[in-house]
Design a protein around this ligand. Structure first.
Ligand code: R5P
Length: 285
């Protein structure tokens, strides 16, 4: 199997290749004068099984993924891992005239097997024609939380959408968890129902799937700050989009530490999903 590292997931692809003990194929990247991207896979892929790893955070990441899949047209089998799948929150059309963007993208991604990690709404995987698998990072995240060796801690789900995930981690960690109810007003604005919890002397860990503008976690942090007797607030997310000034906003709201996985490669990506991905391919080598 050849590992093809897309431009947005180079570190993660290297980690996967190290676990699988496989070399990464070198890709030549460049831009044409009109800013179109050019790729060339400098490796023999004819008749090979290939594994392409590329998160799709920016629109250009989608184009690059399509280019890599097309370049592998001569391969025997194409497996694609999209650790963070952009547009996964555009999963329905509320009025006629609105696209289901996730469906449009799914229709363009043709491969034999597709893997992603904790996609926002797993039902969108039905839009893909290939075999799909949504990998779950809950165990990896709970192992990381254990490694923090915090004294008393509890988990917080910022909305009902993240409740299942938080419940699963808290069962593994045997710790308390609480949840909030959030209503989204627009892409940049939300409202959160105020609630009071017993977080006395606790380290509070807010766990969400995606952090984009940071509004959700900032809102929770502000509510928690009213309870002055907690220890510290941590924020853990799977997909650190951290758009605009999210990182500064999160720290300014009193969060002690931002922690994320490497589905999107950021300085806060302390948890790697490489073992999760590698496990899927160990038997294929
Ligand atoms: C939404 O339902 C997700 O689970 C996240 O809570 C949301 O994407 C976070 O977005 P933001 O950081 O912009 O509040």
């Amino acid at each position: 199997m050849k590992i093809i590292s897309g431009p947005s997931s180079q570190e993660l692809a290297f980690r996967v290749s190290s676990i699988l003990n496989k070399k990464i194929s070198l890709i030549e990247y460049s831009k044409f004068p009109d800013f179109e991207s050019y790729f060339n896979i400098n490796d023999e892929i004819n008749g090979e099984e290939v594994l392409i790893i590329q998160s799709t955070v920016q629109d250009s990441d989608f184009i690059n993924l399509l280019q890599l899949i097309d370049a592998c047209n001569v391969a025997k089998k194409i497996a694609v891992v999209i650790p963070y799948m952009g547009y996964s929150r555009q999963d329905k059309s509320k009025v006629i005239g609105e696209p289901i963007t996730q469906r449009a993208l799914a229709r363009s991604i043709n491969c034999d097997e597709l893997y992603t990690i904790n996609i926002h709404n797993p039902s969108v995987l039905d839009y893909f024609t290939s075999k799909c698998k949504n990998l779950d990072s809950a165990e990896i995240i709970s192992t990381y939380i254990k490694s923090l060796k915090l004294n008393d801690f509890c988990l917080v789900a910022p909305d009902l959408g993240s409740l299942n995930f938080v419940e699963k981690i808290s069962t593994d960690l045997k710790c308390k968890y609480y949840f909030f109810e959030k209503t989204r007003i627009s892409g940049t604005s939300i409202s959160i129902k105020n609630k009071k919890f017993d977080i006395k002397n606790n380290n509070v860990i807010i766990v969400d799937d995606i952090i984009s503008t940071g509004e959700t976690v900032v809102g929770i942090s502000q509510i928690l700050q009213k309870n002055r007797n907690f220890e510290s607030i941590y924020s853990i997310c799977i997909h650190p989009v951290y758009s605009r000034n999210a990182v500064t906003k999160l720290y300014s709201s009193g969060i002690k530490k931002l922690i994320a996985t490497d589905t999107i490669e950021k300085i806060q990506s302390k948890i790697t999903v490489a073992p999760l991905i590698s496990n899927e391919f160990k038997t294929n080598i």
